[in-house]
Design a protein. Structure first.
Length: 144
C-alpha cells in the first residue's frame, strides 16, 4: 500500500526548489488518494477507462442514471431549423434552450418541446443549402 506524506508550506512556496523527494511524494500521494490511505485526500478513479476499478465506474454510473432529463450536466440530441447558408452552432457555442428543440437521430424531425437552461454545442450545425432552410441536430450538454 502506498504512503501519504503531506507537504509543508515551505515546500510548495513559489521559490522552493523541487527535489527528487518532492516528485516521489507527488506520485505516491496520488496513489495513496486512490487507495484510500488514511490522511490522503480521497480520489475516485476515472469512469470510462476499462482498467479502473468497478467502484469508480459504479460511482459515476449511479450519478448519470439518477440525472433527470434536461438537468445541468445532462446530454441531449437537440436541433433547430437553420436558415439558408448559415452556421447555427459549432463545438463550444452556447445557446438558450428556447432556441433548440429535442430531435430524433435523423436530425430532420424536431419535437415541439424546447429544453430550459443554457446548452453548449458538442458538434456542428451548418446548413450548406443555398435555397432552403433545414432542420439540423447534434449533441449538446446543459451547462446552466
Amino acid at each position: 500500500m502506498p504512503t501519504y506524506t503531506p507537504y509543508t508550506v515551505s515546500e510548495y512556496a513559489p521559490d522552493a526548489p523541487g527535489t527528487a523527494d518532492h516528485f516521489r511524494r507527488w506520485f505516491e500521494n496520488w496513489e495513496a488518494g486512490f487507495a484510500g490511505v488514511s490522511g490522503a485526500p480521497r480520489l475516485v478513479d476515472a469512469a470510462l477507462d476499462t482498467t479502473v476499478a468497478a467502484e469508480g465506474i459504479s460511482w459515476v454510473g449511479a450519478r448519470v442514471a439518477a440525472m433527470a432529463v434536461g438537468a445541468v450536466g445532462s446530454y441531449a440530441f437537440l436541433g433547430a431549423s437553420v436558415a439558408i447558408s448559415t452556421t447555427f452552432a459549432t463545438a463550444g457555442t452556447t445557446k438558450a434552450g428556447s432556441a433548440l428543440k429535442y430531435a430524433g437521430m435523423s436530425g430532420t424531425v424536431l419535437s415541439t418541446v424546447s429544453p430550459s437552461g443554457t446548452w453548449e454545442c458538442l458538434g456542428h450545425m451548418q446548413n450548406n443549402s443555398p435555397s432552403q432552410s433545414a432542420n439540423l441536430a447534434t449533441m449538446w450538454v446543459r451547462i446552466a
